[in-house]
Design a protein around this ligand. Structure first.
Ligand code: PHE
Length: 349
């Protein structure tokens, strides 16, 4: 081989590599070409190995040519790398392209349950009248739920029919009403050495074995009571009227009908003039012009005694109202079960 052939061989090598670099589309291809041309076992190295076969006086020139080709290839590689880098960035941006004009995905907005909001609002009305908020457990002793409230063991309200008993917890029930909070609150006040007047409101879940369009095994009650000297039914009536007018945001007549609860004497049921027909008579009030909204009465002396308050010196009134019923009447909810089935379609109210 002579110098000319050597030069041609390198020229061919450089041309071929330049052509291939021009077609390369990725950094990986460029790198593979570099290894092939300039790597340890690359074509340039192989060409250089053949320098020894040249005539001694041609070797220097051959070395010069080889160096020039090497520099040319390095330049071509650098150019290709720069070009391909731009290409790759473009591809990447294309793949990661986002459309900023697309409207965002709005998560459906949650809302507090109508019952929770109503419960809070009702309690706020009583608090504004000076009632203090107390609470009691949902799992209650039979003693608080019944005995202390003057409901003896043979009383029908204690029958399996209404009450959820706890299989593994003898002596406990799911409270069937919020009235046991009366006992708890009066005792707590006594223990703290506090003297009447006492005005307490309590709100929460109660449980009864019962289910249809107007009964649910779990529902909510608000209990309220006041104990002081000379408390009378007149105080009860005034308080309830103030509450109902605040809740329904309108004036409305109320009436007390004689009734019976073991823990109040006398006991009354409280009706409000029908909000739908204004007392003329309609389907909702069953043509009576009145809607029953709660039970109440004067706290039975035995209940005061059970809670450590001397009935000779103090008297009190108490009431218990069904939260669901008051919410249904105010917002026109036709079926009690809607509150608990979690179907949001009717939730626009
Ligand atoms: N606890 C009674 C009930 O659940 C309601 C009530 C409370 C009646 C307070 C009188 C006094 O039905």
């Amino acid at each position: 081989m002579d110098l000319k052939a050597f030069a041609e061989r390198l020229e061919a090598l450089a041309r071929e590599l330049e052509a291939q670099l021009a077609r390369a589309e990725s950094l990986r291809e460029v790198e593979a070409l570099r290894v092939r041309a300039l790597g340890k076992k690359g074509e340039l190295k192989q060409a250089l190995a053949s320098i020894g076969a040249l005539a001694p006086d041609a070797r220097k020139e051959a070395g010069r040519i080889a160096n020039a080709v090497k520099a040319r290839l390095e330049g071509a590689l650098a150019d290709a790398r720069a070009r391909v880098e731009v290409l790759e960035r473009k591809r990447r941006m294309e793949a990661e392209r986002i459309d900023p004009t697309l409207p965002g995905r709005r998560p459906p907005l949650g809302a507090r349950h109508l019952l929770s909001r109503s419960l809070e609002e009702m309690v706020a009305i009583f608090r504004a009248m000076g009632f203090a908020l107390e609470e009691g457990p949902e799992i209650e002793t039979e003693r608080h739920n019944f005995d202390d409230l003057n409901i003896p063991p043979e009383h029908p309200a204690r029958a399996m029919h209404d009450t959820f008993f706890l299989r593994d917890l003898a002596g406990y029930v799911l409270r069937t009403h919020t009235s046991p909070v009366q006992i708890r609150a009066m005792r707590a006040w006594r223990e703290r050495g506090m003297q009447p007047p006492l005005a307490v409101v309590a709100a929460g879940r109660v449980f009864r074995c019962d289910e249809d369009a107007t009964h649910s095994p779990m529902f909510h009650q608000i209990e309220g009571f006041v104990v002081d000297r000379h408390i009378s039914l007149a105080h009860l009536k005034w308080t309830l009227r103030r509450f109902l007018e605040a809740w329904f945001a309108r004036t409305a007549p109320i009436r007390l009908r004689p009734s019976y609860f073991p823990f109040t004497e006398p006991s009354v049921e409280v009706d409000i003039g029908c909000l739908i027909c204004e007392g003329r008579g309609c389907r909702v009030c069953k043509e009576s012009g009145w809607l029953e909204v709660l039970g109440a009465g004067m706290i039975h002396p035995r209940v005061l005694e059970n809670a450590g308050i001397p009935p000779e010196r103090f008297s009190g009134f108490a009431f218990g109202l069904g939260v669901e019923r008051l919410v249904m009447l105010k917002y026109g909810v036709p079926d009690l079960r809607w509150f608990f089935q979690g179907d949001v379609r009717a939730g626009g109210m």
